[in-house]
Write a protein that binds this ligand. Structure first.
Ligand SMILES: NC(=O)c1ccc[n+]([C@@H]2O[C@H](COP(=O)([O-])OP(=O)(O)OC[C@H]3O[C@@H](n4cnc5c(N)ncnc54)[C@H](O)[C@@H]3O)[C@@H](O)[C@H]2O)c1
Ligand SMILES: [Zn+2]
Length: 395
């Protein structure tokens, strides 16, 4: 018997650029990142826009077309931008992926052309999936337009759509060619989306950076006043921590059983599903973090003071720490619509042993391989009480 061993090492490289008004004529960033100066023929680009974004920026499609027309020696915009409904709906209906794959086929987008997705995290996930599966992967430019997509989902290497009632069931690991974060887009975000993106910043601070957590505490009021300078710092630090994690944690394509950045996400993903996606991802993440922090506190893993600081920060940011869906079917924990079913679904999604990240202090995390469901239920009850008292004190 004979065998051949094979080891493949691949280096990926991509940059995240921070800018404002990307598609205004005087902004050279897009031309720079396409390396137009080195190309013999214009770069073919297929552009996809988030419909709600377009509603808030009615000139956007025209601006992109003009920008490309004025730079037609460099960019060949192969059609008027394709507009697709943003939000989770774009990940829930498979017709959008098919539609984009068809457009990639129709406009002759090859592996040296680009798909450019401009929109929120959901649209970017869906377009990224279509791009990664056409021709086994065409180049992707991400232009994230929400806080969450600029500080978290848009800067990483995953994309996906939902299927069979499961969040992110279909997807690929495919690093983008480049990410272009345009701060101007954030000015039109509804408060709800502005806030919910901050939940991912709290997450990464809790896992990795105590000083960043203090920064969030000190600047919570400014963030609620929509201070753009503070938000830009927040997004930059999150992006930095994310990239550092992907590059150095030794498992960028998540072959192991753990996913350290998904703190609070087993419950968050289940909550999104149970609420029929009426909860935003970030809102669900805030609740998921509060739940796992409460659990860690009740398990004597996290000091009471740290636990209080976390709940207080969420209050200061206007993020709820409880939703009614947490208490669905708690008396029959095996019911598929009980939040605890999220543990098993999380395990299944990653494969291998159940591995849940928890924090032991602000900035430090551990992983556990079992969850005491009685203590988890107590945590839910504690959060429900906290939420009731807090809501009363607001009203
Ligand atoms: N790929 C990953 O690694 C990863 C990580 C975290 C989250 N996600 C995914 O990201 C998605 C959530 O992303 P999100 O929070 O950006 O939500 P979203 O994409 O649903 O956007 C929220 C809403 O804002 C609209 N919108 C977008 N930009 C706007 C702007 N500038 N002004 C006004 N409205 C605008 C969208 O159309 C949508 O209606 C979820 O599907 C989640 O699963 C993916
Ligand atoms: Zn997330």
């Amino acid at each position: 018997l004979r065998s051949i061993d094979q080891i493949i090492q691949i280096n990926y490289r991509y940059s995240i650029h921070f800018t404002s008004r990307l598609f205004q004529d005087e902004n050279p960033l897009l031309l720079d990142v396409l390396h137009c100066d080195q190309a013999l023929t214009p770069m073919k680009v297929l552009c996809v826009l988030d419909e709600t974004l377009l509603y808030h920026h009615p000139q956007l499609s025209k601006d992109i077309q003009l920008y490309c027309m004025h730079n037609s020696a460099c960019i060949d915009l192969c059609s008027t931008p394709i507009v697709i409904q943003g939000g989770e709906a774009s990940k829930n209906d498979p017709k959008y992926v098919t539609m984009l794959q068809e457009a990639i086929h129709q406009y002759g987008i090859c592996r040296h052309s680009y798909v450019m997705a401009v929109g929120g995290g959901a649209l970017l996930d869906m377009v990224g999936y279509a791009a990664a599966t056409a021709h086994r992967g065409v180049r992707l430019i991400r232009v994230p337009t929400t806080v969450l997509s600029q500080n978290d989902s848009g800067v990483g290497i995953k994309n996906s759509v939902n299927a069979f009632g499961k969040k992110n069931f279909l997807g690929t690991f495919a690093p983008p060619s480049v990410v272009l974060n345009d701060a101007h887009f954030l000015t039109t975000l509804p408060m709800r989306d502005w806030r919910s993106g901050i939940a991912e910043a709290v997450k990464v601070a809790l896992l990795k950076d105590c000083l960043f957590f203090e920064f969030l505490e000190e600047n919570a009021a400014r963030l609620m006043d929509r201070d753009m300078q503070v938000m830009s710092k927040l997004i930059y630090r999150c992006a930095q921590l994310h990239l550092e994690h992907i590059a150095t944690n030794g498992d960028p394509f998540e072959s192991g059983s753990s996913r350290p950045l998904d703190f609070g996400h087993w419950a968050a993903h289940k909550l999104e599903q149970l609420s029929q996606y009426s909860l935003r991802h970030g809102e669900a993440v805030a609740i998921g973090i509060a739940l796992d922090a409460t659990y860690a506190y009740l398990m004597d893993l996290l000091p009471a003071h740290d636990w209080q600081r976390i709940l207080q920060l969420f209050s200061a940011l206007g993020l709820a720490v409880y939703a009614n869906e947490l208490s669905n079917y708690l008396s029959s924990p095996d019911h598929p619509d009980c939040i605890l079913a999220g543990l098993q679904e999380f395990r299944e999604h990653l494969g291998g042993r159940l591995t849940i990240p928890l924090i032991t202090s602000i900035g430090h995390s551990i992983e556990v391989n079992a969850i005491d469901t009685n203590v988890m239920m107590k945590s839910i009850e504690l959060l429900r009480q906290y939420h009731t008292i807090h809501e009363e004190s607001i009203s």
